[in-house]
Ligand binder design. Structure first.
Ligand code: COA
Ligand code: ZN
Length: 306
């Protein structure tokens, strides 16, 4: 049987939230439509957060109104609080991704409240969403370390996962917000999480801040995880974490998976084309490598003897 991995695209949310330039709404819509055509099972389209906190994503409702929904793709929005959930509901999202850090300090910097206050809000959100048909996911941010507090106890991460499940939230994401994870730590935490959350509901969200992104994916995959967030071109980063840099790069991850015989359902050639077009939108080159080097199978002509 073919091995498979689900890659979930987050460039238009995690990627654009940290860009100093405002990508035009029409360009966001065109990119999301092209990403849909490339075959993603899930796309995190935008965030319904405070426009003062993240001005780059203030057009979330207009983006949701403008995109073409491809059957087979789930269109997700990040939501921090009950007001965000109401806006997401009105915009017709398929799924909300609720986010709270396990680190008290990071949640206060990012969300302006304690993790306990975030979770109390998630309880109210679940009541609001009941019967709406909208599916739910919740992220444990800083699960592999906090830029202010350092390593977070695995017991605290797991306690937050259990709280999410007790609230009736189906999907759980463990996020390495600022790329502090290492493969051994990933293997241990994924093994623990899979005792509580089935693989089909568990997502790993890695940043490549210290160059360990794909090593961490492989460790998580070998421990049984099958769903991974990634951003086209390796864009991404949390505006409220010092030194944050990009997500793992979608086309680099897809290339690795395909070379290893793991199917993703993604059109890698299309992803490389879209990645090469990103500088037009964000005004700079990204850290992705396969879009620059080409696929391993794209061979070069033999140089002619002089
Ligand atoms: N969407 C839009 N506006 C919102 C909002 C939301 N989800 N939540 C609150 N607001 C508005 C309020 O209506 C209020 O507006 P006003 O000043 O016009 O009256 C204002 O924001 C302040 O509301 P308050 O509840 O005091 O929020 P806050 O200022 O403490 O901010 C968050 C809390 C969670 C909204 C804010 O910290 C946030 O958006 N964080 C997200 C950060 C992020 O996206 N990080 C990266 C991804 S993990
Ligand atoms: Zn992230």
């Amino acid at each position: 049987m073919t091995e498979t991995m689900q890659i979930q695209e987050v460039a238009t949310r995690d990627g654009f939230q940290i860009e100093p330039v405002h990508v035009e709404t029409a360009d966001k819509i065109a990119l999301i439509d092209a990403l849909s055509a490339a075959g993603f099972p899930r796309i995190e389209v935008s965030s319904f957060v405070s426009p003062k906190a993240v001005p780059a994503l203030r057009d979330a409702a207009a983006v949701f109104a403008g995109i073409a929904r491809r059957p087979g793709t789930v269109y997700v929005a990040l939501v921090p609080n009950p007001k965000g959930a109401e806006r997401a509901l009105a915009a017709g999202v398929d799924e909300v991704n609720l986010v709270a850090s396990v680190s008290e300090t990071h949640n206060c910097a990012n969300m302006g409240m304690s993790p306990a206050a975030s979770l109390a809000g998630f309880g109210r959100i679940m009541e609001t969403l009941r019967g709406s048909g909208i599916s739910t996911n919740a992220t444990v941010a800083t699960a592999f370390g906090c830029p202010f507090e350092g390593e977070q106890p695995a017991d605290a991460v797991m306690a937050q996962v259990e709280r999410y499940r007790a609230l009736g939230i189906r999907g759980v994401t463990l996020a390495d917000t600022t790329g502090m994870a290492n493969p051994r730590q990933v293997e241990r935490l994924v093994a623990r999480a899979l005792r509580v959350v089935p693989a089909e509901d568990l997502t790993l969200h890695f940043h490549n801040t210290r160059g360990l992104g794909l090593a961490n994916v492989l460790a998580a995959y070998q421990a049984g995880a099958r769903r991974f967030d990634a951003a086209l071109g390796g864009l991404g980063g949390c505006p409220f974490a010092p030194g944050a840099t990009g997500n793992i790069c979608t086309e680099d991850l897809a290339s690795m998976a395909h070379e290893m015989g793991i199917a993703t359902g993604l059109d890698l050639d299309a992803l490389i084309r879209l990645s090469r077009d990103l500088p037009r939108l964000v005004g700079h080159d990204g850290p992705g490598q396969v879009a620059k080097a080409g696929r391993p199978r794209d061979l070069h002509p033999v140089p002619r003897a002089a």
